[in-house]
Write a protein that binds this ligand. Structure first.
Ligand SMILES: C[S@@+](CC[C@H](N)C(=O)[O-])C[C@H]1O[C@@H](n2cnc3c(N)ncnc32)[C@H](O)[C@@H]1O
Length: 215
C-alpha cells in the first residue's frame, strides 16, 4: 500500500484503535476549536432533505446533528468508525437524541458494508482514511453520479514555515498513524474528483476542500 500512497508509512488500523482508546474520553473537548470549520465543511455538502450522507470515520458523532438536521426525517446518515471507544460514544449520542435516521457501522472504512447509494460524503479530520486507497475504493464505489464530497483536516504548512511544520507533527501525532501525504492530504481524493477545490485555513496548518464526483 505504501507504493500506492506515494511512499511513506501506510495507515495502521491497529495503531489507530490503540491511539483512540486513549483519546476517546477527551476527544470532544479537543475538537471544540474546529467546530466552526466542521459547520463550514458540512455546509459545502449542500445536503437536501431525503438524501443519504456518509460520515467517514465519524468518531464520537460530532457531525451527526448537522448532517441529520440537513437530510431530515426521510434522509439517512451513515457513520463508519473503526475505534470501539469512539463508536461507543457515537452510539450513546444517537441513543440520547433518538435519531432513527442515523446509523453507525463499527468497522474499518476499507471493509465497511455500505448498503445504499450515497449522495454526499464527509471526511472531517480523517487523515488515515484519506491515505488508504482501499478505504477510498470502498467509498467511491457507492457514490451516485454527481455526489458531493467535502473534506477538512490537518495539513503541513508551507516548507518555509519550518517551526510550524514541527508543531504540526507534534499536534497531529496522537490522532494519526501516518504522516504520509501531509503536504496534500486530499491528493488521492483529487485523483478521483476532478476540480476539487482546496483552501488552506488556520495559517496553512489545516484545509477545507469540496467537489463533485462524476464517473
Ligand atoms: C481525528 S478523528 C475524527 C473523527 C470525526 N470525523 C470528527 O470529525 O470528529 C479520526 C477518526 O478516524 C478513525 N479511523 C482511523 N482509521 C479509520 C479507518 N480505517 N476506518 C474507519 N475509521 C478510522 C479513528 O478511529 C478516529 O475516530
Amino acid at each position: 500500500m505504501a507504493a500506492e500512497t506515494g511512499g511513506g508509512r501506510a495507515p495502521d488500523a491497529q495503531r489507530a484503535i490503540a491511539k483512540y482508546r486513549a483519546r476517546a474520553a477527551g476527544y470532544d473537548a479537543s475538537a471544540a476549536n474546529t467546530m466552526d470549520l466542521r459547520r463550514r465543511t458540512v455546509a459545502l455538502l449542500g445536503l437536501q432533505p431525503g438524501e443519504t450522507v456518509l460520515d467517514v470515520a465519524c468518531g464520537t458523532g460530532l457531525s451527526f446533528e448537522l448532517l441529520a438536521g440537513a437530510v431530515g426525517a426521510q434522509g439517512r446518515v451513515i457513520g463508519v468508525e473503526l475505534s470501539p471507544e469512539m463508536a461507543a460514544q457515537a452510539r450513546r449520542r444517537i441513543d440520547a437524541r433518538g435519531w432513527g435516521r442515523v446509523e453507525l457501522i463499527e468497522a474499518p472504512m476499507e471493509s465497511a458494508h455500505i448498503d445504499a447509494p450515497l449522495d454526499a460524503v464527509l471526511f472531517n479530520y480523517t487523515h488515515d482514511v484519506l491515505r488508504s486507497p482501499a478505504a477510498l475504493d470502498n467509498i467511491f464505489r457507492h457514490l451516485r453520479p454527481g455526489a458531493r464530497i467535502a473534506l477538512a483536516g490537518i495539513k503541513h504548512p508551507p516548507w518555509w514555515l519550518f517551526p510550524a511544520r514541527l508543531w504540526r507533527l507534534l499536534k497531529a501525532r496522537p490522532y494519526v498513524t501516518t504522516f504520509e501525504g501531509l503536504d496534500r492530504p486530499w491528493s488521492l481524493v483529487a485523483q478521483r474528483v476532478r476540480g476539487l477545490e482546496v483552501t488552506p485555513v488556520m495559517f496553512g496548518t489545516n484545509y477545507i476542500a469540496h467537489g463533485r464526483w462524476t464517473p
